[in-house]
Design a protein around this ligand. Structure first.
Ligand SMILES: *Cc1c(COP(=O)(O)O)cnc(C)c1O
Length: 502
């Protein structure tokens, strides 16, 4: 399988090259030239396989320049950290067994080392990268630079820690992340990791990193040290492809629980920010997973809801900070891949839309494309009050504790059902542990958290609900602090060079 760009006709490249390059030279995203098909028999055959085996099977469909053993190794190394044997379990929630509506399968994507769904891909990417380096004959070390407002930093650190031929360095705003987020990062072990606080806010840290990426002199210095800069952001194909696997796995779990019959269609609902997770569901659908609708759930930063309703994507709007921070996004980068596939690879048109987005802040898709998107997507947004209400409702009805992002997905589903009376079985993406957003969850459950410290809140939620605290969070209070470096924003480049030389 070869990869091309969403924005122009390029010489097709292998998946190893796509993973190492991240972004195409024309600014476009890498996409597979063809989307592979799978049969129902193949899906059925996943029943008796482990999550690791299912993941390796799916990766093999796209990453044809990796062999079976390599993919098996990637999957083993990526998921041995996950704290349940199923890795990505599906909790089946049935409201009233005597009078069942349709089941909701809550696909828990948060059992990895940082308790959020990005682990599923970020635990895999470093191994895909390490093997890609060998395949293309690259002998330099790769240095992953990350500026984080909290969560991505830890996920990248946990993924790259002690992976050969890689280093990872994370900058976070000093005093600008939560106590738990800071502890998660500064206690990270590994010979190849560095965590540095920057005096300033997140934008300072992010601009600093961008500057380093664009600085030719620093790149030359790094070159002398045999080091190459890279990033691990969510548009990398190596982050997207591991996410496709869990939609197949989730369907198989519904099959095994006898909530669907082989071939029966399901609804998939995804709390959406950068459009990566739901795009993975779209690929699964295009490959042959029986899906009736993909429900794109947003918070009040509802740029995608408007896009799917009207065909106009318009980022010129007010930006809100919400209790679902991972969805506080106005440019959903991965949407570009959807536009490419749903125009049958019309890169000229995609290029025009992306140029308009860049210059005018908006674009309107043509009628034909809009009609095609309507066939498979449904979009809905959810307010902050509704989010809290659904956390409470899910706890009261099912004794099931969910985080704020997961609540947005379930609430959007409920709105969809209210409007359509559609009783198709559901797979809903649960993207973070409730302990990741403890304060908002406790508040939704009617508790007063004023003056209660982050770590004490973990215990408070545990006392209230009995939901298990993920190990990575419960161990934080006693973990050894390993990274205490602080720097000014104009010292960042120097720190990068120092770390690269180590
Ligand atoms: C990143 C994230 C999302 C959004 O996923 P996208 O792939 O960016 O659409 C939703 N929930 C949580 C908890 C996240 O961390």
């Amino acid at each position: 399988m070869q990869y091309t760009s969403t924005r122009s006709k390029i010489q097709p490249i292998s998946s190893a090259e796509a993973i190492l390059q991240g972004l195409a030279a024309d600014g476009g995203l890498f996409v597979p030239e063809k989307i592979p098909k799978v049969s129902l028999e193949e899906i059925d055959a996943l029943r008796d396989k482990s999550y690791e085996e299912r993941a390796a099977w799916l990766l093999g469909k796209f990453l044809t320049d990796y062999d079976e053993y390599e993919l098996g190794e990637c999957a083993e190394l990526a998921y041995n950290w996950f704290d349940v044997p199923a890795r990505v379990p599906v909790a089946i929630l049935i409201q009233d067994p005597k009078n069942p509506v349709a089941p909701v399968g809550s696909m828990e994507l948060w059992h990895g080392p940082t308790s959020a769904f990005k682990d599923v891909a970020l635990q895999m990417l470093p191994h895909l990268m390490r093997m890609a380096l060998k395949k293309v004959g690259e002998t330099k070390e790769i240095l992953i630079l990350v500026a984080t407002s909290g969560d991505t930093g830890k996920a990248a650190l946990a993924g790259f820690a002690d992976v050969p031929q890689t280093k990872v360095m994370v900058f976070y705003p000093d005093g600008g992340v939560s106590k738990i987020q800071r502890l998660q990062m500064v206690t990270q072990r590994g010979e190849n990791v560095n965590v540095t606080a920057v005096r300033g806010n997140f934008d300072d840290a992010q601009n600093g990193v961008k500057k380093i990426f664009n600085d030719k002199k620093i790149r030359e210095e790094l070159d002398k040290l045999n080091v190459k800069l890279s990033s691990a952001n969510s548009i990398n194909w190596g982050r997207l492809v591991p996410q496709i696997a869990y939609y197949f796995s989730g369907y198989v779990e519904l099959l095994k629980a006898e909530q669907v019959k082989l071939g029966e269609k399901i609804l998939i609902s995804v709390p959406t920010g950068n459009f990566g997770n739901i795009l993975a569901a779209y690929y699964a659908y295009k490959m042959g997973l029986p899906v009736k609708k993909l429900i794109c759930a947003s918070n009040i930063n509802n740029v995608l809801t408007e896009f799917f309703a009207t065909g106009t994507y318009n980022r010129n709007r007010k930006f809100f900070k919400t209790i679902t921070p991972s969805m506080d996004i106005l440019i959903s980068s991965n949407l570009e891949r959807l536009l490419y596939h749903e125009t049958d690879g019309n890169y000229k048109l995609v290029n025009r839309y992306m140029t308009e987005l860049n210059t005018l802040g908006k674009y309107k898709v043509d009628k034909k494309l809009k009609t095609r998107l309507d066939k498979i997507f449904y979009a809905e947004y959810v307010t902050e009050d509704e989010t809290r209400e659904f956390i409470k409702r899910m706890y009261e009805t099912f004794s099931y504790v969910i985080d704020t992002h997961t609540a947005v997905s379930i609430c959007a589903l409920s709105k969809y059902r209210g409007k359509t009376r559609d009783t198709t079985p559901i797979l809903s993406a649960a993207t973070a542990s409730p302990y990741k957003f403890t304060s908002a969850v406790l508040t939704a459950l009617g508790q007063n958290v004023e003056g209660v410290d982050d770590l004490a809140q973990l215990k408070m939620l545990n006392d209230l609900t009995n939901a298990k605290i993920p190990r990575n969070l419960s161990e934080l209070a006693n973990a050894k602090i390993l990274h205490e470096d602080v720097c000014d924003k104009d010292e960042m480049a120097e720190r990068v060079l120092q770390f690269a030389a180590k």
